[in-house]
Design a protein around this ligand. Structure first.
Ligand code: ADP
Length: 523
């Protein structure tokens, strides 16, 4: 807590009249405040007991917050005073409480003979607009690697355990992104689990960590099995990612060599064509966790709450880094930016906050933003410098459709060389990846119901006929996406198909282009 104590003290010196600490572990904060107090008078209010002695926690006088503030507000004339208010967020809508806090804050700022600083400590941030200019939110930074190691060392020492340094190094990394209280709680769990701490506890740590991150309600750790091989087509995008993976897999060396840390990509395009799949495969390829940011979940009802949540979510992602931060359907998250009305004001601010963070970021959080329709997205978002690259994912071309069908058949152990996937290219025109997957699932289910062991080209053709493709169901949306895309500078995610394929006889051309497969299919 040494650094925190120093910064808290400097906040007091700089006349920040109300310091809001967003924390649930009062013990940790009390320690820091004791260091900060340095002989100043400290008075504390507790919701259950009223006025209490800050050092002994024994009750001094039963009272309501309003009364407490009235009684303590003049203390600042007599001596340097610290007023500690815990978990009072529910009372920050009471006009009298607000007025009293404002009065203390103003006296602190404008009257030389008055010295009282208010500390609000609460697990929830509530900032009434009347106090917006007086409140400074103070963050207790999450422990660094060295601090985490110290926590582990202290823990094992207290329990007189032997843990080798390699294990400590190993589990230290798994604890990144958690606060001291959470780390201790998990260490306790791991200890109770087996009576010792070893490298195998990493799984438990990760599981518990997931829980904490989930409970924070801002980020979600996404578990996935998908790899880059599960993506059919999108060769340009995959090649690009494979290059960046070389950097991410050797971050230390790359940074020392002077390579800029990749910032992230935006993948725009047709629904069901592998955008989410790519987000997952990217994390797999980079060998780092995938965390999803749901901007909708950050919206709060109090002034500044949403911005505060966004700040925390981005900070948490940095704490967990290196990681892939996935923002799905980003157009929905930031729709209404620049529009009228209260709701869109908040979104515009969040959007600006996110852009600044992206622009300035020098961390190892790799953004994958995915979007279907960007016609309502503010143009600043797409400007160079934010993302390393923008990719457009179109409906799969013939060759890609063939690959996607094969991937899904193989996944289910039903791919045989007797299936003439080239013959299916023409019949699946206008299908997206999800449609093709549905065709495969349908075919396999039908074969099972009919009591057959394998599936044939004819089975596939039947399912294709029974499937309504995205091009027929979402015709207008698709042309709208194409129209928007045509106006921006964006790279195609797919390699261009050999032109002849779509122009001449599709079957023959595809056979020529994939000569060896064609000959295998004829056997
Ligand atoms: P979106 O582009 O809307 O994010 P998804 O990536 O979620 O679409 O795709 C939905 C499903 O369709 C995937 O889980 C996958 O099974 C299948 N799919 C889509 N595109 C492809 C592709 N290019 N290769 C293999 N499967 C795909």
């Amino acid at each position: 807590m040494r650094n925190e104590t120093e910064s808290l003290a400097s906040y007091i010196d700089a006349l920040h009249p109300i310091i809001y600490i967003n924390h649930f572990d009062f013990k940790v904060i009390d320690e820091a405040l004791t260091n900060v107090a340095q002989g100043a008078k400290v008075v504390e209010f507790n919701n259950a007991l009223g006025a209490i002695n800050f050092y002994t926690k024994s009750p001094v006088m039963e009272c309501e917050l309003e009364q407490f503030l009235k009684l303590s507000m003049d203390d600042g004339f007599e001596s340097d005073t610290i007023i500690v208010l815990k978990d009072i967020h529910d009372q920050l809508s009471n006009p009298k409480v607000i007025a009293l806090l404002k009065r203390i804050a103003e006296d602190n700022l404008y009257r030389d003979e008055y010295h009282a600083t208010i500390f609000i400590i609460s697990s929830k941030i509530v900032i009434p607009c009347e106090l917006e200019n007086y409140i400074t939110v103070f963050d207790i930074p999450l422990p660094t690697n060295i601090e985490i190691m110290d926590i582990i060392h202290d823990f094992v020492k207290d329990l007189e355990m032997e843990v080798d340094q390699e294990t400590v190094n190993d589990i230290t990394l798994s604890f990144k992104g958690l606060n001291e209280f959470q780390i201790k709680q998990i260490l306790n769990l791991a200890y109770q689990d087996g009576g010792y701490i070893d490298a195998e506890d990493k799984q438990l740590i990760l599981k518990e960590k997931e829980q904490f991150i989930k409970k924070s309600g801002m980020l979600e750790i996404v578990n996935f099995k998908e790899t880059i091989e599960d993506i059919g087509g999108l060769e340009n995008l995959k090649e690009w990612l494979e290059k960046k993976a070389k950097v991410f897999n050797n971050l230390d060396k790359a940074i020392k060599f002077g390579v800029d840390i990749p910032k992230g990509i935006m993948i725009i395009g047709m629904p069901g064509c592998g955008k989410s799949l790519t987000a997952k495969a990217t994390a797999g390829l980079f060998e780092i966790p995938l965390v999803r940011l749901d901007v909708g979940r950050l919206l709060g009802k109090y002034v500044g709450e949403s911005e505060e949540n966004m700040r925390k979510a981005l900070k948490l992602s940095e704490a967990i880094s290196p990681c892939v931060l996935w923002i799905d359907e980003i157009e929905k998250a930031f729709s209404g930016v620049g529009g009228d009305g209260g709701g869109s004001d908040v979104t515009t601010r969040l959007f600006g906050q996110f852009l600044t963070w992206m622009q300035e970021k020098e961390n190892t959080v790799f953004i994958v933003a995915t979007a279907n329709d960007i016609s309502k997205m503010p143009p600043e978002f797409l400007r160079k410098g934010r993302f390393d690259e923008l990719f457009f994912v179109d409906l799969p071309n013939g060759e890609e459709r063939r690959k996607i069908l094969e991937i899904h058949l193989k996944k289910r152990g039903k791919w045989t060389k007797d299936i003439d996937s080239i013959a299916l290219i023409k019949e699946t025109e206008g299908f997206n990846g999800a449609d093709l997957e549905a065709v495969v699932k349908d075919t396999i289910e039908n074969a099972f119901i009919d009591g057959r062991q394998t599936v044939t080209t004819a089975d596939m053709q039947k399912s294709i006929k029974d499937t309504k493709s995205i091009s027929s169901t979402l015709k207008d949306k698709i042309s709208q996406i194409k129209e928007t895309i045509s106006k921006i500078d964006i790279k195609p995610a797919s390699k261009e198909e050999i032109k002849a394929i779509s122009k001449i006889n599709i079957h023959e051309a595809a056979k020529k282009a994939t000569g060896f497969l064609g000959s295998r299919n004829r056997n």
